[in-house]
Design a protein around this ligand. Sequence first.
Ligand code: TRP
Length: 519
Amino acid sequence: MARENWTSSIGFILASAGSAIGLGNIWKFPYVAGENGGGTFVLMYVLCVLLIGLPVMCSEMLIGRQMRRNVINAMGKMEQVGEHAWVRYVLCGLMVGLAAAFASMHAWGLVLAALLGVWWFAKKGFSALGWICTAVALAILSYYAVVGGWIVQYIWLSATNSLSAGVSETATAMEVSKAAGTLFGDYISDPWRVLVGFLIFMGLTAAVIFGGIRDGIERISKILMPALFVLLLVVIVRSLTLPGAWEGVVFLLKPTAEALKPQVILMALGQCFFSLSLGMAITVTYGSYLPKKQNILKAAGWVAVLDTFAALLAGLAIFPAVFAVGLDPTGGPGLIFGALPATFNAMWGGPIWATCFFAMLLIAAVTSSASLLECGATVFIERFRKGHQRCSRKQAVLIGFIGCTVMGLLSVFSTADWSHLEPLHKGCTWVMGKLAMGSWFDLLDNFASNWCLPFTALATALLVGWAWDPRKAAPGLLAEDDAGRFPTWILTAWAFFIRWLAPIGIVLVFLNLAGFIKL
Ligand code: TRP
């Protein structure tokens, strides 16, 4: 069976941007920036995107396009072609280091897992990495869909004009935001209501994937992107004109030296991978559908620019309101749900704008979650067979769907607190030691985006930069008929970034975080 291809380069860029732009930009970026010192974080974030995210994204697209297989086979094959078998032992060494780092955090379960990883990498090499990516992608989906469910609920709340229910007509923005905060708190602590949104969101995600890549993702992305950007601009204008809004802009854009801590750099790095959908082989999957006549550098550049732009716009839409209504910028995952209602309430036709905004956000989130499920589904389709019969697309989606839904239930029932799940809590504390902070939801988010994604991105950099020769690989970044028309220094720069800068940068951040070195 021939694999499907993207119909046009704009289609590929939009679909990749559709995967990249999602809750990571609009929900996560503002609150993580708020918790990590605003402008300083934003500066670090942009640097991470340029120096590490972009080269890694090119590499992932390249792996996909050269190998035209699912992640696991693609990574394994690439290692074989490269003939530098020693690189997998570097990966084993890194795993030993990681095990030591986990031991220093009393995360005994993770130490065990890392040691098993050493053995697995030694035996199977980079195809093991493909499995890890698939597992982490599905784990991310399991809590991503919970936040997606919140958005579903907020569409309902704004459409029925109950976002600011119980607040008087003359209430100040501050009172509205306070009421919105209470509303959000009540909502997430009622697991049954969260469950409804979560299931709707998972259902939507599976439905998109059933449609196949062309029909499902490509068509929807073409309409959605421009609309979301326009709506963000509208919200920005209103939120900037709230009294006291300027302070928020300064907070978001002005770096300060005091705020620069190693933790901030790690968070920026994790957020960069999360937001660009990297480290999870999604871009490998998408790249495997990319025809040879397209230029990867250009496509990756566009995706990174659009994604960063969306995150910055979201920051500009949220922070002026946060400061205008006196919210705490370090307030965590509920930040946008406290700030946005105040802005919408101050707008003429507020509930209508709010409904449109959350609806767009839902579509953006679904295109992202679909990419997470797609990655698992491709693996299942190409790896699971009975005799000669492959697993069908339907079965593959169903396996991913059921797995994520079951795991997602843990997040649903623990977002507020998990005192009622005591044995589970104890187990997690044993497995994750000091990393087991907050609820299951927080812990999964923290572990997946700040540990797993940088690690898998590091491994991808090693694969392309060392196991495979980037000097040989680089021309593959160009379009078939581009040779000679593209400045070669860009290729040399990419080879340097992926060979040296990305791996060293990520390792330094890890070492620092584990307390082995002090930067
Ligand atoms: N990038 C998406 C967002 O910003 C989320 C996402 C989709 C993702 N695919 C991913 C994150 C793969 C990590 C890995 O919302």
